[in-house]
Design a protein around this ligand. Structure first.
Ligand code: XIL
Length: 315
């Protein structure tokens, strides 16, 4: 896929876990098929900054080194989120100034460690609720709504070359949540906050699909603000065990979303949330579901793989 993606001027990627990079199949397929990798968990706060005074870069370093050795870019995921926080943050008791210092130091240290090596960062992840309000998380509670713009400014200071993204789920279509994200990022741009893109996670299931026309218009409105769009975490979960018909339907969805991305002015990356069904997060997170990725548990390409490949070859 990567050869054709390069011709199309798009990055095609997968989220990866450092612990599997030593497996031959895993590493070989990544190198052959993809030109961008996302850090699935390695850069989340609890993984990379487990104690107030200690950082743990080993896993993310492995991913970045693997990507570098194979001519791939990296999407860093994620600097500010409400989940996967270490105890010292989740249960922390500090003054507002201290909270700001904690977040500033975290962002400057992590982004600084990868200066020049991480192509795009998901700076803020999932900060908006379904109804469009700001999610109540530790950062909002302790710092206030300006935590969002502060995070972008600090990330930019630490690596002025990196592309900075706001990332969220269920904002693929037109709805109150994507409207609120639109207003948020528009406001940031107006204030001169360094933001370069919006990430549409795209965790979907075959019985609850975003409308293609709406996704197209939604990407367009972000592009019209001057922002890039990345599809950041695509998977299409199926009820287990999937039928042949389900797998065909899944292939169509992957194809349709890639087509929408390719036909948009600036939808510049299409990243799948994992490589193989063997290690996907879906069975743990959605009871009774799985088979969401484009390679099966034994690394065999599924219909969805061929539909992406064909789509990249066309047009
Ligand atoms: C998931 C990982 O895939 C799992 O391994 C982990 O246990 C939980 O988080 N939205 C996001 C991702 O932004 O960080 C989440 O990743 C999936 C949903």
């Amino acid at each position: 896929m990567r050869t054709f993606a390069e011709k199309q001027g798009i990055y095609i990627g997968a989220a990866v876990d450092a612990e599997h990079l030593g497996e031959k199949n895993y590493a070989e397929i990544l190198k052959r098929q993809f030109n961008i990798l996302a850090t699935e968990n390695a850069l989340k706060f609890e993984e990379v900054h487990p104690k107030r005074n200690s950082y743990s870069f080993a896993n993310a370093d492995k991913i970045v080194a693997f990507a570098e050795a194979n001519g791939m870019k990296v999407r860093g995921h994620t600097l500010v989120w409400h989940l996967q926080l270490p105890e010292w943050v989740a249960d922390g008791n500090y003054s507002r100034e201290e909270w700001k210092n904690i977040l500033r130091e975290h962002i400057k240290t992590v982004v600084g460690h990868y200066k020049g090596k991480i192509y795009a960062w998901d700076v803020v992840n999932e900060a908006i609720n379904k109804d469009g309000s700001l999610r109540e998380n530790v950062w909002l509670e302790k710092i206030g709504p300006e935590y969002i713009e502060l995070a972008f400014r600090w990330a930019h200071e630490a690596d002025p070359e990196a592309l900075l993204f706001y990332n969220d789920y269920s904002i693929e279509s037109l709805n109150p949540k994507s409207d609120a994200v639109y207003e948020l990022v528009k406001g940031l741009i107006e204030k001169g906050v360094p933001i370069h893109g919006v990430g549409l996670q795209m965790h979907v299931s075959i019985d609850n699909l975003p409308n293609l026309q709406a996704v197209t218009s939604n990407i367009k409105r972000f592009n019209d603000l001057g922002l890039e769009v990345h599809i950041t975490e695509m998977d299409v979960r199926l009820k287990l065990p999937p039928t042949q018909e389900d797998l065909t339907k899944q292939a169509e969805i992957y194809r349709d979303m890639l087509k929408v991305c390719l036909s948009s002015e600036k939808c510049t990356a299409f990243v799948i949330w994992g490589l193989t069904d063997r290690y996907s997060w879906i069975p743990e997170a959605f009871n009774g579901y799985g088979s969401a990725l484009i390679f099966d548990e034994s690394y065999k390409p599924k219909p969805a793989y061929y539909s992406l490949l064909e789509t990249l070859k066309e047009s």
